[in-house]
Ligand binder design. Sequence first.
Ligand code: G1P
Length: 277
Amino acid sequence: MKTSVRKCLFPAAGYGTRFLPATKAIPKEMLPILTKPLLQYGVEEARSAGIDTMAIVTGRGKRAIEDHFDRSYELELQINGTSKEELMTEIRDIVKNCTISYTRQVEMKGLGHAILTGETLIGDEPFAVILADDLCDNADGESVLAQMVKMYNIYRCSIVAVEEVAPEDTNKYGVVAGEFITPNIMRVQNMVEKPDPKDAPSNLAIIGRYILTPDIFDIIKDVKPGKGGEIQITDALLEQAKQGRVVAFKFQGKRFDCGSVDGFVAATNYFYTKSKV
Ligand code: G1P
């Protein structure tokens, strides 16, 4: 088994109903913050963590994703030698240097199920997961996933990125509880998917960044449908946590919930201001 984190899985099959009608024909992962689609931010974050193999779990109506991470000869012909070329620098670099593979999730049965669908692309090695609608940025510091890979190299177990949320918002997230072993690292003992505020074990919420050890796949296969009747990654991780094999990491940086209109607008303003500095 490979022991370093070489691959990143992107669950990208969801419908994006909160962004209808924009997401009727365009995958939500392709909505842009400024001029760059959300998924490209995710891929760039993975690369900043030393990962160049991307595994994308797509679904019906998501072909634009594959076209984005491919060469477009007509476009290249049009812009070659013009000032527009520099707008393509980053995506050209990704297309040239990354291996990107796809598989389709035929039925939407939850995030755990989406991750299991990616097993065929990941195999028997630890891997990262990025939910592209959680957009993270750490100004000029290390990206959130790069910070997590460092933690993985120390703890060698599954890692979830967490941040404190308002107590009334716990029902939007997986929530963790446990014991802090450093100021930023908690050994997770309990985790609950989207608990009501009154039942939440803490206000530390999982955001869309994970590093998972590959035994998670077999665990997911045995997990029963949980919250919302879906196969939840949180429930699978709880099995690892019971064996002391999950840590929660309070990362450095900002995170925007671009699955909501408010978060999307906040991210747009943030990156716009950043682009002008
Ligand atoms: C998923 C996970 C949840 C996590 C969240 C982070 O929920 O199930 O545990 O806190 O992502 O964004 P979703 O937002 O897909 O409903």
